[in-house]
Design a binder for this molecule. Structure first.
Ligand SMILES: [Zn+2]
Length: 99
């Protein structure tokens, strides 16, 4: 059982919305509710891969597990759309096999 009191506010929202089955054990970016959590400053060492040039300061989470990380903007985008990068202008994304 998940102790809801220990969850961060965004995690709690996701747990309320999507349930806590397999919380912290199994996570799917497509099947679970995605949310964003800030990384502790000391862990924000890696470069974000969205192309912004900033450090990866936030985690992309689902079902209690960190699935990806990046700058706050890219993680908010990931939580919303499932893509960390903007897909509207990327020519390679226009081939029709995007899910
Ligand atoms: Zn970024």
């Amino acid at each position: 059982m998940v102790d809801l009191n220990k969850l961060s506010p965004p995690a709690l929202r996701a747990a309320m919305k999507g349930g806590t089955a397999g919380w912290g054990t199994v996570a799917s970016a497509t099947e679970n509710v995605r949310y964003v959590q800030a990384l502790p400053k000391i862990k924000a060492r890696r470069r974000c891969y969205c192309g912004c040039g900033n450090k990866a300061t936030h985690l992309g989470m689902a079902n209690g597990m960190g699935l990806t990380r990046g700058c706050e903007l890219s993680m908010q985008r990931w939580a919303k759309t499932g893509h960390a990068r903007a897909v509207t202008q990327a020519p390679s994304a226009a081939h029709g096999d995007a899910s």
